[in-house]
Structure formats: C-alpha cells, structure tokens
Design a protein around this ligand. Sequence first.
Ligand code: HEC
Ligand code: HEC
Length: 439
Amino acid sequence: MIRAAAIVAVAIGAWLHPRSFGVAPNERGWSQAPYRAPNERGWSQAPYRIRQHSPRPAPPADPTNRVADDPRAAKLGQRLFFEKRWSKNGEISCATCHEPERAFADAKPLGEGLAKLERHTPSLLDVAYNRWFFWDGRADTLWSQALGPFENDAEMGGTRVGAVALVASDATLRAEYTALFGAPPDVGDAARFPRDAKPSESNAAANALWLAMHADDREAIDRAASNLAKCVAAYERRLVTGPSPFDRFVQGLDDGDPAKLGALSPSAQRGLELFVGKANCRLCHSGPNFSDGEFHSIGVAPLAGPPPRDSGRHAGAKLVREAPFNAASRFSDAPDGDVAQRLATVRSGPEMWGEFKTPSLRNVGRTAPYMHQGQFATLEAVVRFYSTMEGALAVGHHQETVMQPLQLTDAEIEDLVAFLRSLDGADVADELQRAPSDD
Ligand code: HEC
Ligand code: HEC
C-alpha cells in the first residue's frame, strides 16, 4: 500500500515536472536540480510545493452576485466606496479605514470609525480570492460583507434606509442604479421610510423604527441595499494586484530564465525553502492565495493582554449561518449554488473558540501591523513569534497541536521575512484608488 502510494506520488510529480530546469541562477542551483522523486532528498519536493502557490488564476466567479463582473456595477460601487454621505456624521467612507495608499488598510492595530473597533482592518487587495470574510468569517460573500460596516454604529453608523434614500435622491447614483436594477424604491415619504431605521441589537431606537415599517417596505429596502452592496463588491473584486517577485521566480523555474529566477534574492530563496519545508507555513498558508481559507488558533494574545475575549470563528460560524443576507438567502442570486451549500458544512463546536481566518500573505509586506488585533508591528515580530511561540496562549485545551516553536536562527528569520516581502504584487491601477472622476 505504502509502495503503491509512493509510486503514484512519483508519477504525479513526473507529470507536473515534465522538464528539468535550465541554467543555474546562482550558487544555490534551484534550476539545475534535476527532478527527483519527492522522498529522495529534502527540498526536492519544493518545486512541486512551490507551484501550488503560483501562478495565481483569476479570482473565482461569484454567482451569488449577478453584477459581480459588470463594469457599470463596479463604477457605482467605486463611488459608494468613497462616499461619506451614507455615514452618520457624513465624514466616514469605506476608504477612511481601507485607505488606497495603505494597501486598502489603515496601518493601525485596531480599526477606528465613529468608535474604536475590536479588530484590525484587513487589506482589501486581492480580497476577491477569499472564501470567508471578516476575521471570524461571519460573511460568506464579498457583497454581504459590505452590508455590515455602513450600519455598524462603531464604524459608519448609517442605515440601509438612509443609503437607499441617498441613492434615490442623487442624480448620478440614481441613474447608475436604475440602469442596473430598475428605479430604486420611492422613499420620498420619510414617515413611511424613516432615515434612522435599521435592524440593530445595540440601537433600540433605530430597531423600533425599522420594525414599525411595513414588511413590504422593509423588503424593498433590503433588496435595494443588497443591490448597492453587490455594486461595492463588484468594485472590490477589481482590486487585484499584479504578479509579485515570487510569481516571476516561479515563471523562471519553468523557463529557466535567469533574470526571472533573480527576482528572489538568495535570502528570499532560502526563506521560500523554509516556508514550504521545515517551517511548514504552507500547512495553513496554502495555495495561490497563501491561505487555506479556513480558521485556526495560533494563540496570539489579545492586544490588551490575556485572557482572550474574542471567540472568533466560534461566534462567526453561527453568525454566518444565520446571516439574513447569506448566500442561501433570498437576496442571493444563487441561493442553491455551491457557495450556499457550503453553509451546511459550517460547524461551530467549542474547539473553534479563538480561531481566526488564515490571512492571505500576498502583499503582506505592505499591510503592517499584523494579526486580528494588529498585535505585531513587523513581519520580523510575526516570524519570531512562530519561532519561539513566546506569549502564545493556549485557548482552553483547544490550541492547535501543530503550533510547536520552530526554533529558527536569526538568519532563518531574516530569510523568511525576505521571502514574505517577495509576495507584494504590483499595485492596482491608479483610477481604482480614488472615487471615479465624472465623465
Ligand atoms: C471604521 C473602519 C472601517 C470602515 C469605515 C470600513 N471597514 Fe471594512 N473592515 C474594518 C475592520 C476592522 C474589519 C475586520 C472586522 C472583523 O473581522 O470583525 C473590516 C473588514 C472588511 C472586509 C473583510 C475582508 C476579509 O477578507 O475578511 C471587507 C471586504 C471590508 N471590510 C470592506 C469594507 C467596505 C466595503 C466598507 C464600506 C461599506 C468598509 N469595509 C468600511 C474596518 C472598516
Ligand atoms: C496552523 C495554521 C498556521 C500555520 C502553520 C502558520 N500560520 Fe500564519 N497565520 C495563521 C492564522 C490563523 C493567522 C491569523 C491569526 C490571528 O490573527 O490571530 C496567521 C497570521 C499570519 C501572518 C499575519 C498576516 C496578516 O495579514 O496579519 C503572517 C505574516 C503569517 N501568519 C506568516 C506565517 C509564517 C511565515 C508561517 C510559518 C513560519 C505561518 N504563518 C504558519 C495560520 C497559520
């Protein structure tokens, strides 16, 4: 049986590596290494493992959002992303926290809108590749995520009625919306459509106004708000970075071009070898997005010190299944599709307490600080944490048994950091980094 498995592994390997590599790029000789059976010697598995991370395909389609790839929707979504008028004080937009010039993050440990948040603002670069959204994955689609922040009283503090009223009353927004979805609901009667109405657990007054609305009116608002969110997602889907030095290096492995192989310094190449080898980062940071799209507890202590209070995926799993705008909801354009069916597989056991989403490592050189509360200021601090696991908390008895201190040398830490820095992709086009200019 073991023999058979080994033969299959060799056969697959041979199929993946039909040719031997060309000229040696440097003394390390990645490219000269002839193909060897995976178990024959240490890093000869590396070329196969490396190819799992590059090239990266286009972002997966999103059938739950029928305007996901409609350029008109992306343009309206881009307007909304930079729109401050739908916040409570008229001063906050998505871009306040997801700043284009900071890789669509904010460089602060914790996000800050109308109030300080409990979690770190993630970068939105390449966000379309993610499977779950938020650190706890409480949204299962990019568009349903967008319905959170603009109503959250600590973020933008707006309301869905207010957002629809804004679109209905602004000539440009209204025309663009109508071209995509037909006319927005007629919300002119502010007694029937109170601008401050929204479903809310923390804001009783807003919630009462919302519940007092006619069910049909609430439905019309929810429908229109989900349309707006789908436009925002269509814009976010375009925030895809270009190839990174690492991607060029992998191309070099294929065609033996020394210039491409030179895209990674010798130190970054050693770091890559550690990443896919001894340090086994690929266990969770797998595939072209450098994330398994799942949730783990690696034991990072809260910013304010122990004990941990954020249950992460434990709460997120429940929230996503119950989310009124999830992929299986009537607002989804594919309520029976694969994304919706995935919800049925979401478990929420006690072992998930303190688990957070494995973040992508693409562009990680540009998105300090790191982790769900920005606990680490630099990549070096992150890698040192993995090396010593100093200060790591066991969350009950549930901490991943895989997280053993790696005991890296200083040189190895430097190499891993050099590799992580090679994952920064070419920036998105300038015209995506500001509100669309009117044409
Ligand atoms: C006040 C700061 C702030 C504002 C304003 C804000 N965000 Fe965020 N954003 C955050 C924080 C913090 C998180 C992580 C929250 C969590 O995981 O619970 C986040 C998470 C996200 C995510 C999830 C990314 C992922 O891969 O998990 C997306 C997408 C996103 N925001 C888009 C938006 C959009 C669109 C808007 C405007 C409608 C917006 N944000 C407004 C701070 C902000
Ligand atoms: C058991 C799964 C797992 C393994 C193995 C793992 N990571 Fe992580 N990594 C995570 C999770 C989960 C987070 C987010 C944790 C949090 O926010 O509390 C994370 C966060 C990070 C971050 C911060 C990214 C950001 O945007 O905030 C970096 C950098 C990172 N890991 C690099 C590595 C490296 C390098 C290795 C190998 C030495 C490694 N990881 C091994 C799961 C893992």
